[in-house]
Design a protein around this ligand. Sequence first.
Ligand SMILES: [Zn+2]
Ligand SMILES: [Zn+2]
Length: 183
Amino acid sequence: MTLHLDPRAPWVISTHDLGRRPGSMREMHLTLPAPADVGVDMIGVPKDADVKLDIRLEAVMEGVLVTGTARSPLRGECARCLEPVTSETEVSFQELFFYSAEDAAEDDSLLDGELFDLESTFRDAVVLTLPLSPLCSEDCTGLCSQCGVRLADAEPDHGHEVVDARWAKLQGLVTEHNNDQES
Ligand SMILES: [Zn+2]
Ligand SMILES: [Zn+2]
């Protein structure tokens, strides 16, 4: 498990100022552009949107413990009426970046020299908080199942005169039956 981080990538952060003495600590306040594909089907963080990070780096024996919060905008679609939905999310995260793969389990994160990459930590934290069915408002009434108009924009008594398909069939049977008797 080797990794080579690009020091110029926005989410790659240097621990140079922290050093390796256990107990040393640094706080950082950063605004980073959101990476692509942070989200689920209906909602997510728009690519390149400002993500505001408050993080604390702490040197421990095995690596660097990163604790923080991230605030970012969200954009998506209402699961009922498909209108745009915008909101904000704030997530907390904590991750230990190991100095050496020997101390780490397979899924653990590693430092590359003095660098670590916070992108997947952020992505995982955000995705966990996203609603699978975002709504434009709690009581969104969705779309008319007959004509697709957004019911919040329609007349209060919006509706359609529809003969239930099962009824139509039954009516047909009754008529046929009567015909049989007459013949
Ligand atoms: Zn809606
Ligand atoms: Zn309708």
